[in-house]
Structures are given as C-alpha cells and as structure tokens.
Design a protein around this ligand. Structure first.
Ligand code: FES
Length: 95
C-alpha cells in the first residue's frame, strides 16, 4: 500500500527501512526524516505523516531495546560506595 503519494513510499518500504536501521544501530532513534533519507526521498506536502507514523509504530523493531543488564550491574556496585561516603566529586574540602 502506498503511504506517501508524493514520493511513492509504501508500507513495505517503511517496515524494511525501520528493520534495516534497527539492525545497523540498535540504539538509534528512528524518525520519519531518517526513513525518508534512507529511502532517498524528502517529505513534500506532509499529508502522509499520520499514516506514515502509524506504519512506523506497527513495526516491532521501532522501539529502542531496554537498558542492557551490564549497565544496571555497574550502578548497583556504586551504591555501597556512595552510602559509605567515600565518594566525592573531587572538590577541595577546605576554603
Ligand atoms: S504524501 Fe507524503 S509528503 Fe506528500
């Protein structure tokens, strides 16, 4: 189904572009502008934007994956150090 009549972009093109971008960079924020750019086009009238966004939202790979567990583990290691008061920002203690 053609989503953007100005450029001839179809729902299949949008889904393929979203999947390709997610594989290329798992943490990227995917926007309509990036999809237009990846497909070699620019938005013209913008009349397709509601349907364009709905098509993007139906893609399972649109969302950025949640925080990897390794980052959470580092944060948990820092909590005891902060509670003991040994952590400071490096500012001098006197005047
Ligand atoms: S219909 Fe998509 S820019 Fe005009």
């Amino acid at each position: 189904m053609i989503v953007c009549h100005c450029t001839g972009i179809s729902d299949h093109d949008i889904r393929a572009a979203v999947d390709w971008m997610r594989r290329a960079d798992p943490e990227t924020i995917i926007t309509p502008g990036k999809i237009y750019h990846a497909l070699g086009h620019r938005a013209d009238c913008g009349g397709c934007m509601p349907l364009f966004l709905d098509t993007m939202r139906m893609c399972a790979s649109l969302e950025v994956p949640t925080t990897p567990p390794a980052i959470g583990a580092v944060s948990r290691q820092a909590i005891p150090i902060l509670r003991q008061g040994r952590h400071h920002e490096g500012r001098s203690q006197g005047n």
